[in-house]
Design a protein around this ligand. Sequence first.
Ligand code: LLP
Length: 418
Amino acid sequence: MHDFLFKNGELHCEDVKVSAIAKEVGTPFYLYSHHTLVDHFTKIQKAFATVNPLICFAMKANDNLAVLKTLADHGAGFDIVSVGELKKALKIGADPKKIVFASVGKTEEEIAYALEAGILFFNVESVHELAEINRIAKKMGKKTQAALRINPDIEATTHSHIATGTLKNKFGIDLTSTRKIFKTQKKYSHVKINGLHIHIGSQIITGAPFISAIKRVMEFLEVLKKDKITVEYLDIGGGLGIIYKDEKPQSAQDFADAVLPYLEKINLKIVMEPGRFIVGNAGIFVTKVLYLKDNGLKKFVIVDGGMNDLIRPSLYNAYHEIVPVKTNKSKPVKVDVVGPICESGDFFAKDREIPKMKKNDLLAVMSAGSYGYVMSSNYNVRCRVPEVMVREKKFAITKERETFEDLIRGEHVPAFLK
Ligand code: LLP
């Protein structure tokens, strides 16, 4: 499943001791396994081989250049949501014809940049956005393609902040409006409306919601057929769940077995946008114990990482397994693992049984490869931590720890205060 395993009482990433990396780069830091990334990507590729999908890694989950390069080298395209992400993908030499662009709020600058780069298609989220893409393309003398992101109005069982597929959410276009857009597609002289896109949410662990959404697409394709409209692409989005605690998520093969019968029938070019499935369990966050505290009611393990570095527990009450980097056989103690930030929401775990810790012990927060570093901030004037990748026996810093100078770059005290 992943390459973070204990050997001789020490947590390793592939063939490298996590403690050896900590010694060299300091704490806290994010650590990624090259092999796990490739393994997860290949698992999807193999499971879906019969429809030969274009797998566009949702780089919002992790945009580290080394991660992107690893995946591009194995044939991945990218699902982007901003011009910044597009620039990062292009920087590692990604093929623009393997890039799809979602986001409910694309700006003129972003649309123009993507048109110039020649991406495969825009995943369009409203009729006004479609008109805007057409206007800008016309002005630039470019032609492009669009997939309409439909809102299938399907409830996916996941955290409300990451469910996207119902009409209560801001995403996608309702089916009636989508049909109208197709009927009037001649208006969009510079945009070929050539696909449908769905993404119903994230960390979904069963096949049922995906099947319901795909069935809805199939019914809708029949409606379009009656209108004499055909499309070339179906982008089925991302959302595949992973194991954080004791979930039993579907494997890539289970997922493929569930949806392939439908996808094979549709006979369209399939695009997928997995993020978490590829990178979630391919990364950990390593932090060091600073202090222990017992206030009579609760015991706290205070570590040097904080909610600014990994916000998922604070934001979604998300569970991340926490393990000592060196096997520790002492009797587990119930503690809160907390950071140094001045907020009670700054925690990695609450009432969690972990072995007795002491100052300078290292802890690994598992499954932190997706929506970890990318959601970090400088809150409390804290420098972002480094990102490190291991490949077999080697490791390299793929993004350096920020410095104080990085933090205050561009910040000025105005003359009228001097
Ligand atoms: N495609 C679209 C259009 C998306 O909005 C997303 C995620 C994905 C693909 C990738 O979904 P994945 O395969 O990673 O589930 N920060 C939250 C997750 C937000 C997901 C946003 N959209 C978290 O930490 O759980």
